[in-house]
Design a protein around this ligand. Sequence first.
Ligand code: DGL
Length: 266
Amino acid sequence: MNNCPIGVFDSGVGGLTVVKELIRQLPNENIVYFGDTARVPYGVKSKPTIIRFSIENILFLLKKKVKLICVACNTASSLALPSIKGHFNIPIVGVIAPGARRASQLSSSRRIGVIGTSATIKSRAYEKELKRLDPKIKVFTQACPLFVPFVEEAWINKKPLEDVAKIYLEPLKKKKIDTLILGCTHYPLLKNLINKIMGPKVNLVDSAKETVKQLKDLLIREGRLRKKTSRSKKVFYVTDEKTSFYYLGKSFLGSDLIKVKRVNNV
Ligand code: DGL
């Protein structure tokens, strides 16, 4: 069981920011990644649809004999995870609780901002988790739906993105938050820009990083880390054509994706 892979799923390519952290923090682990590229984006879809897609993605990963599942997608973690978690006989870790916990640790003013897809923000998942941790925390949220297409077009350093980012982020800045949760798989790629707009005094919380930290603690606690007998393997499954995932994936992962396979039936 310890040598079974960690399963990760996302609506598409964005979850590779979590895989990048997995490779950094848990280099010996085997990974099976599932990117639902045929049905991306999830961030504009309804809760029942996101729940249905998430169940299908989990069933796919279970067939690959994973030992644990990480829901890399913030939208699926917000809308689907609470209702489906208890129905599977395997640990399923989402990105909301780890991100919220880190934000709560970092914030001294107790004024925390959250940015994410429209569905994530509408679900109030981060807000509820932050309030659960400390009811005194004041939460300010902002949906940033245009960030995902900008990142996927590789328009990260272009002026139009900076203009859009200012429109989204300046109202949060006025709220005098001291911590901002990057509540979407794509936002770690915008860290420099967000930092430039928010200023150096605002802590940016990368949910991907915090989630992998928590996942690592869980595997250590349960004695389920993989014993290194050979090089770790990574396989990436996608539900649409492989080429764009392959090229775009490189910018998310920071390295080449060796084994990408297309699957048709989830
Ligand atoms: N992966 C999604 C998230 O983290 C962003 C892309 C989408 O809308 O599907 O919320």
